[in-house]
Design a protein around this ligand. Structure first.
Ligand code: PNS
Length: 161
């Protein structure tokens, strides 16, 4: 059986924690779709196409093996994307009990909606404190985010926009 999983997120921007989860998931499934979910009602730091490009380059730079594709999605339910591509599993990285509490209702709803299961992966504890919102804040105030993000992202954020 060809197992397809989807790793969704805002990835605004991708962090080392995300990359770690992508690496683990890529080794567990025949196909992994990293899905940049764009919520039109939420303002974002990076344009969607830029987020996709940075994820692709970060995956290549990290030498992540496996059948990984990066794409974006902005319309409808996440499970509709899963059904369209034949994915039966969603992958979520959980850093803490707070993440588990936040993700649990979504996991149950997604299973009820379309039978799509959610698998929680634990990132390396070294990344437990890293989040995209923290990176956006530190970067916006002129701080160094290179310990928290792939090199391509740190370089991108250093450029004037
Ligand atoms: O990186 P984030 O911001 O934590 O990602 C959250 C995301 C995009 C994965 C989450 O908001 C989500 O699952 N959105 C899909 C919308 C949807 O299908 N909702 C209904 C069932 S939960």
């Amino acid at each position: 059986m060809h197992r397809i999983a989807v790793a969704p997120g805002s990835f605004d921007p991708i962090t080392l924690g995300h990359l770690d989860v992508i690496d683990r998931a890529a080794g567990l499934f025949d196909e992994l779709h990293v899905l940049v979910v764009h919520n039109p009602d939420k303002s974002a730091l990076l344009p969607v196409a830029q987020r996709v490009s940075l994820i692709e380059r970060a995956i290549a730079d990290a030498g992540i093996q496996g059948n990984v594709t990066v794409t974006s999605w902005s319309v409808g339910l996440l499970v509709d994307y899963c059904t369209d591509v034949g994915a039966s599993v969603l992958i979520k990285g959980v850093r803490s009990q707070v993440d588990v509490a936040y993700e649990t209702p979504m996991a149950i709803v997604n299973r009820n909606l379309a039978g799509v299961e959610t698998i929680f992966l634990l990132p390396d504890p070294a990344h437990a404190h890293v989040s995209s919102s923290l990176v956006r804040q530190v970067s916006g105030l002129g701080g160094d985010v290179s310990p928290y993000v792939p090199k391509v992202v740190a370089e991108y954020l250093q450029q004037p926009h």
